[in-house]
Design a protein around this ligand. Structure first.
Ligand code: SF4
Ligand code: SF4
Length: 322
C-alpha cells in the first residue's frame, strides 16, 4: 500500500515490546518505519531472498524449530490448480482443440500452463503477452491464425493496453483475449481500474474495455461467456480467420468474490448409474472431480455448481444439485 498508513504503524508500534517487520525482498516498509523514528527489527534477522515460511519465522524470532509429523504413506502430488468453477478453465478448455500458440501473461490464469489444460506457451513479464504476440505475428504472419494472447483484466490495464495500441496501430492481426474476472485475482482480490472501485473500495470510474479497444482503432471487439465452452470456442475460431486485430473479452467474475459466492448454485453431482467412467469430464481439470471405482465423483465441498463440466458428459450423468 502506498502511501503507507503512518498513523496506523505508529499506533501499532506503541502497543508492542518489539516490532518486527517481515517483508520479503527489499526492506521498503522497514526503512519507512525507521524514518518515522520507530525502532524495529528486520533485515538484520531475515534474508533478502527466499520465501518466509511460518517455520522459518518461528525459528528466527522464537529460536524454536517447527515440529513436523512424518508418515510412510505415499502422498499424491498436489500441484497448484485453477479453482473449481474458475472461468479461466472454460477459456483454456475452449482454446485447447484449436491448437493455437498461447502467448501468456502473469496472473492466476498462468496456471492454465499446467496439465491437463497445458494451454500457455510463453510467459515473459506483465503485459508481454500482447506485445510478444504482436512481434511474433509481424515476423511470422502466416502463423497469426494459429496464435492468441491471453491477459487478465488487471494485467491488461497495468501494461497490456500499450501492446493493444501497438497491434491496432501496426495492424498485426493479433487476437487478444482479455480474461476479465472483474478483480485482481492472484494477489488477493485487489480492485483495479476496470472494477469501478478504488483500492480502498471507494467508488470510482471504471474503464470500459470494449470502448477502449474501439477507441484505439480495433473494430472487432466481442465478449464471450467462458462457462459456455463450445460457444467461446466457435467465437475464437471465427476471429482467428479474420485478417484484422481482434479483442475478445472472456468475462465472468471470479468465483471467490463474495457477491458471486452468495449467488452460487448448489454442487453438481454424478449419477453413478449413468456414468461409464469415460473421464471426459476430467479433461477440464476441475479439482472437484475425481474417479472412484471407475466412476466420476464430485466433491460437494469443492464444487461451486458452475456447470462447465455438464456439457462434456455425453451420457447425461452430471446432474445439477437440488
Ligand atoms: S463424462 Fe460423464 S460418463 Fe464420463 S466419467 Fe464424467 S460423468 Fe462419467
Ligand atoms: S460444476 Fe463441474 S466444473 Fe463446475 S465446479 Fe462443479 S465439478 Fe467443477
Amino acid at each position: 500500500m502506498n502511501p503507507l498508513p503512518t498513523n496506523l504503524i505508529q499506533k501499532f508500534a506503541e502497543g508492542v515490546d518489539t516490532l518486527y517487520v517481515l517483508e520479503q525482498l527489499d526492506p521498503v516498509i522497514e526503512e519507512h518505519v525507521r524514518v518515522l523514528g520507530i525502532e524495529c527489527r528486520g533485515k538484520e534477522l531475515f534474508d533478502l531472498k527466499g520465501e518466509y515460511s511460518q517455520a522459518m519465522i518461528k525459528k528466527v524470532i522464537l529460536g524454536e524449530e517447527a515440529e513436523y509429523l512424518t508418515t510412510d504413506m505415499e502422498i499424491p502430488p498436489r500441484p497448484p490448480a485453477l479453482c473449481p468453477g474458475c472461468p479461466h478453465r472454460g477459456l483454456f478448455s475452449a482454446l485447447k482443440p484449436l491448437n493455437v500458440m498461447v502467448s501468456g501473461d502473469i496472473g492466476c490464469y498462468t496456471l492454465g500452463a499446467l496439465p491437463p489444460l497445458s494451454m500457455m506457451d510463453t510467459t515473459i513479464c506483465m503485459g508481454a503477452s500482447v506485445s510478444a504476440l504482436h512481434g511474433r505475428n509481424k515476423i511470422r504472419p502466416d502463423e497469426a491464425k494459429t496464435s492468441v494472447a491471453v491477459i487478465g483484466d488487471s494485467t491488461f490495464v497495468h501494461s497490456g493496453i500499450t501492446g493493444m495500441i501497438n497491434a491496432a496501430y501496426n495492424q498485426s492481426n493479433s487476437k487478444i483475449i482479455i480474461l476479465d474476472n472483474s478483480i485482481t485475482g492472484m494477489t488477493g482480490h485487489q480492485q483495479n481500474p476496470t472494477t469501478g472501485k478504488r483500492i480502498n473500495g471507494d467508488p470510482t470510474t471504471a474503464i470500459d474495455i470494449e470502448a477502449l479497444a474501439h477507441s484505439v482503432g480495433i473494430e472487432r471487439v466481442l465478449v464471450v461467456d467462458p462457462y459456455d465452452i463450445a460457444a467461446t470456442r466457435e467465437a475464437i475460431k471465427a476471429e482467428l480467420e479474420v485478417d484484422a486485430p481482434s479483442v475478445i473479452i472472456s468475462r465472468i467474475p471470479c468465483v471467490l468474490l463474495k457477491e458471486v459466492r452468495a449467488k452460487q448454485r448448489k454442487p453438481f453431482f454424478v449419477d453413478p448409474d449413468k456414468c461409464v467412467g469415460c473421464k471426459a469430464c476430467m479433461k477440464i481439470g476441475c479439482p472437484a472431480i475425481s474417479m472412484k471405482d471407475k466412476k466420476s465423483v464430485f466433491d460437494f465441498t469443492q464444487c461451486v455448481g458452475c456447470g462447465m463440466c455438464k456439457p462434456l458428459c455425453k451420457f447425461d450423468a452430471i446432474k445439477e444439485g437440488d
